[in-house]
Design a protein around this ligand. Structure first.
Ligand SMILES: O=P(O)(O)OC[C@H](O)CO
Length: 437
């Protein structure tokens, strides 16, 4: 797969003048399915409108797979010129020293960042520098089957706001066949560590110490407190009562259960909105709502999800500048409008909201408004900024295993979370000892 080995500068056959020089840069990403199709279209358009730069986009699997490939490639400095890295890879990428902070290019040309959403800047700014450019930004939202709501006598325009309401609504939404087998669960969510992280922030609680690793480097995770236990207790209760389906760790399995009518509500990234709407078609009406709350915290909210674009220092400044041109294009209002409409990721650039086409789109598909309103009502604080941890990808998997154990009755929420915290703390300690070495 790709990397700079395939990239080169080439001269047009008709002329040797620098005007006709084409800089080829590689761009690794993790966007499959409809997301990948939309992204490829944008790359194609960039290449058409920028005759001196050729971007070669290469799909490298999901976020985890892509980051692992990058680790391998960087051992021999054969990584790409630009890489898309998910939110929780941020601390690792900063520490790796493989990237040129985009702040350098921002400062050099006085690029105006005031049009970027403040929550995004708050997430991706580390040590007062914007290291990477937010490109595909998301939050988790509640998806629900409005048609099932109507059939169950629930108001299809009022999604549940908190966990108690999820439980009450689920009791009305659950359907069983003559043999007592559940044919439609009330609620489901994949065993995905991202949701756990989000429910911590929604309670205004920290995931890691030292202000979520933003006042100083995190040395421990702290989610085995009341806030963490609330999430797992509630989740288990719903599964034990038979109201929530557990479709496992694979994100798409729960998503497909929803589109197939096997669960009436579920949690997923707003990035899945277009896929869900297309998957459901006109079989039923889809509604969206904010991530449900667990308590009345006024400081609670959602954390920025999705990924950002990093410029790697694999090659000379000429390539880095070409990469910067491409990144600016990808976050331009026109491109962000296209990206938002074809995925569900909200625009990173605020000016998109002034565009007539955006207004018409939101009017026609109000489901797309949810993530935007959720973003704009989320206060910026240490909890909602999310944690910066060098071993976050591993930590997320450890939390998933812990939740799985609880749902399978192999541990109590307290045992499972305490164990997870212990094991992650060891990994953090090891990681922190190796930084800069
Ligand atoms: O599926 P996405 O792109 O919305 O990302 C979700 C999480 O933030 C990934 O860490």
């Amino acid at each position: 797969q790709g990397g700079s080995a395939t990239a080169s500068t080439s001269q047009s056959s008709s002329s040797n003048s620098s005007q006709n020089k084409i800089i080829e840069i590689t761009f690794w990403h993790a966007m499959g399915g409809n997301l990948g199709a939309a992204l490829n279209k944008m790359v194609e358009n960039f290449n058409k409108t920028h005759p001196n730069i050729k971007v070669i986009a290469q799909f490298q699997g999901n976020y985890d797979e892509e980051l692992n490939k990058l680790r391998t490639a960087e051992q021999s400095k054969s990584g790409p010129d630009i890489v898309q890295v998910y939110d929780i890879g941020t601390r690792f990428m900063v520490d790796s020293g493989w990237a040129v902070p985009v702040q350098k290019f921002i400062d050099e040309e006085n690029y105006d960042t005031s049009q970027l959403e403040p929550n995004l800047l708050a997430y991706y700014t580390v040590d007062n520098k914007l290291y990477s450019m937010p490109f595909n930004s998301s939050t988790p939202i509640l998806y629900y089957n409005k048609t099932a709501f109507k059939e169950a006598g629930l108001d299809p325009n009022v999604p549940p706001k908190n966990f108690d309401e999820i439980e009450q609504y689920s009791k009305k939404l659950i359907k069983k066949d003559a043999s007592g087998k559940v044919t439609q669960y009330g609620y489901s969510m994949a065993i995905y560590g991202w949701f756990f992280e989000q429910f911590m922030a929604k309670q205004g609680a920290l995931y890691a110490n030292n202000g979520n690793g933003r006042d100083a480097r995190a040395t421990t995770v702290v989610f085995n407190d009341e806030a963490g236990r609330n999430i797992v207790n509630w989740w288990k209760k719903l599964v034990d009562e038979g109201l929530a389906g557990n479709f496992g760790r694979n994100y798409d399995d729960t998503l497909n259960a929803f589109t197939a009518g096997r669960t009436a509500m579920f949690i997923a990234s707003t990035a899945s909105l277009k896929q869900v709407l297309d998957g459901v078609g006109n079989r039923f009406e889809v509604g969206t709502g904010f991530l449900p709350a667990l308590n009345n915290s006024k400081d609670g909210g959602v954390i920025i999800g999705g990924a950002s674009l990093w410029i790697l220092n694999t090659r000379s400044e000429e390539y880095q500048k070409a990469a910067w041109e491409f990144i600016k294009y990808m976050v331009s209002p026109e491109q962000q409008l296209f990206w938002h409409q074809n995925t569900g990721y909200f625009p990173v650039t605020k000016t998109v909201y002034d565009m007539l086409e955006m207004k018409a789109h939101l009017e026609k598909y109000p489901q797309f408004k949810t993530a935007i309103e959720q973003l704009h009502t989320t206060p910026i604080n240490r909890a909602t900024q999310g944690a910066l941890i060098g071993v976050f990808p591993e930590a997320r998997q450890t939390v998933e295993k812990a939740i799985e154990k609880v749902l399978q009755n192999q541990a109590t929420p307290k045992q499972a979370l305490d164990e997870a915290v212990q094991s992650i703390n060891k990994a953090i300690e090891n990681y922190n000892q190796t930084i800069g070495k």
